[in-house]
Write a protein that binds this ligand. Structure first.
Ligand SMILES: [Zn+2]
Length: 334
């Protein structure tokens, strides 16, 4: 195909998939209006904060400096995969505002699309720079100043502290945001606990809930293909997984453990909303690193209208063993 024929899709110089993900995110309902003033059709975004904004608000964001807000044009600028990832991870204007505008004092007037520059600037500074409307425990006293590294971006740090704080939240009521279906597929080369072999089973824990697979007798390469369901609370931590050897006469021995970060799956699933509206595509990724149990990067995909993630783990705190899972996110309203 000639460049001239399709020059609209080629002039971004990025693979269509990344650009498409960004465009899909922009088309999400809440992102059709500026996160700060509500003006329709925002064409700009703050890549590190993760919001879509209008041209006027973009001007204010720019004046805050890139250590607070890194603005990019949705249509004109080149986006790195990291920047797109960061936007997808935040999940759009509603998710971002749920954090940045969590505690707007009663009577405070958020600027509208026609607000003066002064009013707009005052609000945007209060919202992002001074973080006046955050839940008090989330307010960050000193701002990170690394430049160019989105991995440690302002917003990412905030999301992280949001996550770790929430596990200490002890309100009596737990609100669930969806269901997590975990298919425990198989174990490979599991550790030996009884003389020659083991009778393995898997326990999954999320918050206060625990579910477990059946026990498979005398097998170091067990195939379960068993689906387990967990409710996901609004403030969820990692999915904890432990493999045990069943022992009839004594306490069961542990054969390794691992943690699964659910954030990539759930954040991208929520960002995309109704997965049935999209064709098969990748929407997120949990990256292998030295401090997680992943064997390889694990991608989040829409497959036939469902949000799924295949996860291969190297069991931790054990001499050997791997475990394959498939996660599926099921929102509550479906
Ligand atoms: Zn605006």
């Amino acid at each position: 195909m000639s460049r001239a024929m399709s020059n609209k899709s080629l002039d971004f110089g990025k693979p269509a998939s990344g650009k498409k993900r960004l465009k899909d995110l922009l088309l999400q309902k809440d992102n059709r209006y500026c996160a700060d003033c509500g003006a329709p059709d925002p064409k700009w975004a703050s890549a590190n904060i993760g919001v879509f904004i209008c041209l006027k608000c973009c001007g204010v964001h720019r004046s805050l400096g890139t250590h607070i807000s890194k603005v990019l044009s949705v249509t004109l600028d080149e986006w790195s995969d990291d920047e797109i990832e960061s936007m997808v991870e935040v999940g759009g204007n509603s998710s971002a505002n749920a954090i940045y505008e969590a505690f707007v004092p009663g009577g405070y007037e958020k600027p509208g699309p026609d607000a003066s520059h002064e009013l707009r600037a005052k609000f945007i500074r209060a919202k992002y720079e001074l973080q006046e409307f955050l839940k008090p425990s989330l307010r960050i006293v000193s701002l990170p100043s690394e430049k160019g590294s989105l991995k440690s971006s302002f917003s990412r740090k905030l999301m992280d502290s949001f996550r770790s704080n929430s596990s200490h939240n002890s309100e009596g009521m737990v609100e669930f945001i969806g269901l997590l279906k975990v298919k425990v597929i198989k174990g490979t080369n599991l550790a030996i606990r009884d003389m020659m072999t083991s009778d393995p089973y898997v326990i999954l824990t999320l918050g206060q809930q625990t579910v477990q697979t059946t026990i498979i007798k005398s097998n170091l390469n067990p195939v379960w293909n068993e689906e387990l369901m967990l409710s996901v609370p609004q403030h969820f931590g990692p999915l904890k997984l432990r493999v045990f050897d069943h022992d009839t006469f004594s306490a069961d021995d542990i054969m390794g453990e691992a943690e699964v970060d659910l954030q990539p799956l759930i954040t991208s699933a929520i960002a995309f909303g109704d997965a049935g509206m999209f064709g098969n595509m990748q929407i997120g990724k949990w990256l292998k690193s030295h401090d997680n149990a992943l064997k390889d990067d694990s991608t989040v995909n829409i497959i036939d209208g469902k949000v799924k993630q295949a996860v291969s783990l190297k069991l931790q705190n054990v001499e050997c063993g791997e475990l394959d899972l498939e996660l599926e996110w099921m929102p509550l309203d479906q």
